[in-house]
Design a protein around this ligand. Sequence first.
Ligand code: OAD
Length: 240
Amino acid sequence: MPAIESARALLKNAKNIAVLTGAGISAESGIPTFRGASGLWKQFRPEELATPEAFARDPQTVWEWYHWRRKLIAGAKPNAGHLALARLEQGIPEFTLVTQNVDGLHQAAGSKAVLELHGSIWTVRCTQCPHEWMDRGTAEGRQLLYCRCGALARPGVVWFGEVLPPDIWREAEEAVKSCDLLLVIGTSAVVYPAAGLVPLARSSGARVMEINIERSPIANIIDLQLTGQAGHLLPELVEE
Ligand code: OAD
């Protein structure tokens, strides 16, 4: 049976689906991924920018990277992959979409049950006081943002070495433990704890299906691999 037919069969039998997405699902919306050929901003790897240490050392460069990404995201629209997942949610009794993305494109596509493991790029947080707020502005360059208390503000996303929002993480674990099918879409599956959701689903008895343009490190623990672009494959899969 061709892989797409096997994938449709898996989907048809599933009553409880969890989805884990990464930057690859937004690539076709024009948002560069973190790793791979188009992944680098200037010469930096994400591990060199998305850390509290990098921000403490050079907040202007970190803000410059976020301003660049915020501007790209502000001009981006959900693609056929995001839209297909929103349609899929409507037909499945239990459905949870867990995303590592901070771009909000799943919600823009109409997905309802979305868990943002790494936060949202539109959230800004004070480095000194508990104040956190939404800021949809798209400042340019190395411009720093400040809190109403006067202290320096930082992007309100989760950085390397930081703890994921505990409630959201718990819900994500519950979703993959209770699902009968996990779809893993457009993630390099190298950043933990998010990547750990795949073996957790597996050990809890779920089937695992992956959509990626290339082979990822989880290839040996999945049941089915669909190789290609999410924006092309997901509509084909969900159409039925
Ligand atoms: P990565 O950039 O690491 O991986 C993107 C994945 O998407 C790769 O495996 C690509 O092969 C795949 N891909 C690219 N285009 C695709 C397409 N059109 N269809 C399907 N797959 C495609 O992104 P993430 O795995 O999301 O965290 O990265 C994880 C985390 O690392 C991010 O959330 C971010 C980053 O640093 C933090 O900033 C904390």
